[in-house]
Design a protein around this ligand. Sequence first.
Ligand SMILES: Cc1cc2nc3c(=O)[nH]c(=O)nc-3n(C[C@H](O)[C@H](O)[C@H](O)COP(=O)(O)OP(=O)(O)OC[C@H]3O[C@@H](n4cnc5c(N)ncnc54)[C@H](O)[C@@H]3O)c2cc1C
Length: 322
Amino acid sequence: MSVLIFIDQADGHVKKASYEVLSYGAKVAEQLGTTAEGVVLGAVPADQLAALGKYGVKKIHHVANDTLNHFDAQVFTNVIAQVAQAAGSKVIIFSNNVDGKAIAPRLSARLKAGLVPGAVSLPETANGFTVKKNVFSGKAFENLTINSDIKIISLNPNSYQVVEGSGTAEVSPFNATVDAPKVKIKAVNKASGEIPLSEAEVVVSGGRGLKGPDNWGLIENLAHVLGAATACSRPVADEHWRPHHEHVGQTGLTIAPNLYIAVGISGAIQHLAGVNRSKVIVVINKDPEAPFFKAADYGIVGDAFDVIPKITEAVKKLKGMA
Ligand SMILES: Cc1cc2nc3c(=O)[nH]c(=O)nc-3n(C[C@H](O)[C@H](O)[C@H](O)COP(=O)(O)OP(=O)(O)OC[C@H]3O[C@@H](n4cnc5c(N)ncnc54)[C@H](O)[C@@H]3O)c2cc1C
C-alpha cells in the first residue's frame, strides 16, 4: 500500500501547485507508515522528475505517451486508475485545481473510492481517516470520515506548507493503455505576454470602484511593475469593462495567489469565495466600513485614484524601473 500523488505538468514543466501536494502527500504517507509515490502523465524531462524526490516522494510513475501531453479528464482518469491499481495505492491525492477537480470525482467513481474535495489540512489517521474541508464559501469547516478501502483527497491550494529537503526519486516508466480522446484538439492558441490568472503568484484586481474601463490603466500599470496578473469582480465583467475570464469569485475563477490586491472591491461573500485562499490579501477602498477589510491582512483606506499611482511609483523605484 502506498500514497499516490498526481503531479500536474504543463508544457513539460511540473506546475507550482504540485510541490504543495507532494509535501502534503509525503506527510500523509509518513502518518500511515508507508511511502509516497507520484504519477506524471505526458513528456517531462527525467531529471525534473527525479528532483521531485526532495519533496519526500520516493518513486515517480511516468507515463510518457504523446496523447497525454494534452489534458483530457477521461483519458487521464483511465491512466491514473491503472497506475493506482498496479501500485496498490490506498490513498490518492490531487491538488483541488482545475485538473484535480476534473479527475478526482471520475477516479472516485471508477475505483469506488470515497472522495473529499477541498481538504484544508492533514487527515486525522489515528482512528479512521477523517479529512477537514471548508464549506459555505469558507465560513465553516466540515470533518468527513472516509470508510472506503481506497481514499481520495484533493487539497485546496495554499493549505499546506511546501517542505523542501534533499534526495531524488526513482523514475519508473509505466506502460499504460491510453485511449484515444473523445474530444480532439485541433489547435491551441495561447494569449502571449499575459500571466495566466490561475497560476499567478501576484494578482491585482479591480472592482466597480474603478468607475469605468477607461481607468483600468491604473490596475494594469501596477500589475505590470509587480509582474502580476489582473482580475476583476463580477459586475466589472458583466458590464464588459473587462473580459469574463478575469472574473473571480463564486461564479468565476477560484484563485490562490501569494498576494491578492483588491482595489475598489467591496468584498461581497460571493467575491471572497474565489479569493479567500490567497496567502496575503491587501484591500484598497475609500470606505473604511467596506466588508473586505475584515478579510484583509493589510488595508489602505483611501481613494484608488490617489493610492494606486503612488504604490506603482514606489514599486518602480524599489525595482529600479523608474
Ligand atoms: C449568485 C451570485 C453570484 C455572484 N458571484 C460573484 C462572483 O463570482 N464574483 C464577484 O465579484 N461577485 C459576485 N456576485 C456579486 C457580488 O454579490 C457583489 O455584487 C460584487 O462582488 C460587487 O462588486 P464590486 O465590489 O466591484 O462593486 P461594489 O459592491 O459596487 O463595490 C465597489 C467598492 O468600491 C469602493 N470604491 C468606490 N470608489 C472608490 C475609489 N475611488 N477608491 C477606492 N475604493 C472605491 C466602494 O467603497 C465599494 O466598496 C455574485 C452575486 C450573486 C447574487
